[in-house]
Design a protein around this ligand. Structure first.
Ligand SMILES: Cc1ncc(COP(=O)(O)O)c(C=O)c1O
Length: 388
């Protein structure tokens, strides 16, 4: 189908909730993609941190096709081997105790919010339900996670929103302290605010938040939906700082391209949710789980060192480019602030065959974690040319 027809039919039949670029991808291999009109693109976006082993990764394809031939779905009323194997891997890599599988980041966060409130309800009764999140955060698009998202622009149109959310300033521990009351049950944050503009939280701040949680028996929730599964150069980003969250949520890269989310619980929370108190028809789907296993098997120490090396290459190279004012982020989750108009830069990159994203006023680079050095250099050369 020609691009003009694709665009016309998309507009006609699909809800207009996404402002799409003029591009329809047909296929790809690794971090090289091809449009329907056979133009080549270097991908620095990986489906917004999802395709962490790039497009059509052969081991992942083998794992999901093998699983699809045997068993594509089984109700969560029965045991499912890929789910168990994946949960076991997640627990052994994180030392967390139990896993609940969902289908997306928002769904994982939704479950985390429920679990935090249930923990507090069981121990302290019904008046301790407030959750502190951070300004500029992003936690998803469901009603609870929209409310948890600390950005006013998301708190419009769909009200009434949920009660019991307060927003502290990122990297300002006094702001967090001032919001903790007898009604507080949890603090939830991302270690790098991705959608909020690739803003790094400081180690001291994170450690102080952990202390506040410990002291007040609050549930410490870390949203690793975007930062997780190797993205920052650590298996989960909190591991860089030796934090001990009670709940970790993840999704995106975990599935390598299929929808899966997970909530990881530590010993404090592992028995909080009981029979019938949470569930999901598709959560932990065998095909998605088999794909995730093939991904996690390869996110080992040597692989994470490669992620860090590629990150350093990008930071070192991009800072020499014209008009660059600042570079933020961790690992292969990078924000570049320039003196140029960000939309124009993103569009020019697209025209020249490079897919980059935008986060607030920054160009956002989120390549596949296994992007080759050749693809990386090809993409950086295009970015250099545009920033001139
Ligand atoms: C930190 C974070 N949490 C949650 C979400 C929501 O994930 P999903 O779109 O899979 O629901 C996102 C998505 O960008 C995210 O970056």
């Amino acid at each position: 189908m020609e691009f003009s027809k694709i665009k016309y039919e998309d507009n006609k039949y699909i809800l207009n909730s996404y402002k799409r670029f003029d591009l329809a991808i047909k296929s790809g291999k690794g971090s090289t993609l091809y449009s329907v009109d056979d133009k080549k693109y270097i991908d620095f976006s990986s489906g917004i941190a999802v395709n962490c082993f790039g497009m059509a990764d052969s081991l992942w394809v083998k794992a999901i096709t093998k699983q699809a031939r045997n068993l594509q779905h089984v109700s969560n009323l029965y045991y499912s081997m890929p789910q168990i194997q994946l949960a076991k891997m997640l627990c052994s890599k994180t030392k967390m105790k139990k896993v609940f599988f969902a289908n997306s980041g928002a769904e994982a966060n939704e479950g985390a919010i429920k679990a935090a409130r249930k923990y507090s309800f069981d121990k302290y009764g019904s008046n301790r339900y407030e959750i502190i999140t951070l300004k500029n955060s992003f936690h998803g698009r469901t009603m609870a996670t929209l409310t948890a998202t600390g950005q006013d622009s998301f708190h419009q149109f769909f009200g009434p929103f949920l009660e019991g959310f307060k927003y502290a300033k990122a990297n300002d521990i006094d702001s967090v302290k001032s919001l903790v009351t007898k009604a507080t049950c949890a603090i939830m944050l991302e270690t790098v605010q991705g959608e909020g503009g690739v803003l790094n939280l400081e180690e001291d701040f994170l450690k102080e938040v952990e202390k506040i949680c410990k002291k007040n028996d609050l549930v410490f929730i870390i949203d690793e939906v975007q930062t997780g599964n190797g993205r920052t150069g650590y298996f989960y980003s909190y591991m860089e700082y030796n934090l001990k969250p009670n709940i970790v949520t993840t999704a995106k890269g975990l599935g390598g391209g299929l929808p899966i989310g997970a909530i990881l619980f530590d010993a404090k929370l592992e028995n909080t949710i009981g029979y019938g108190q949470h569930g999901s028809t598709f959560g932990g789907n065998p095909i998605a789980a088999a794909g995730a296993i093939s991904i996690l098997k390869r996110v080992n120490d040597a692989f994470l060192e490669e992620v860090k090396a590629k990150s350093k290459l990008i930071f070192d190279t991009v800072k020499t480019f014209k008009n660059v004012e600042d570079i933020s982020g961790k690992g292969l989750m990078i924000g570049v602030k320039t003196s140029l108009n960000v939309d124009e830069v993103v569009n020019s990159c697209l025209e020249k065959g490079l897919l980059v994203l935008k986060a607030k006023d920054k160009i956002r680079i989120l390549p596949a974690l296994n992007i080759s050095y050749e693809e990386l250099e090809e993409g950086l050369a295009i970015l250099k040319e545009i920033l001139k």
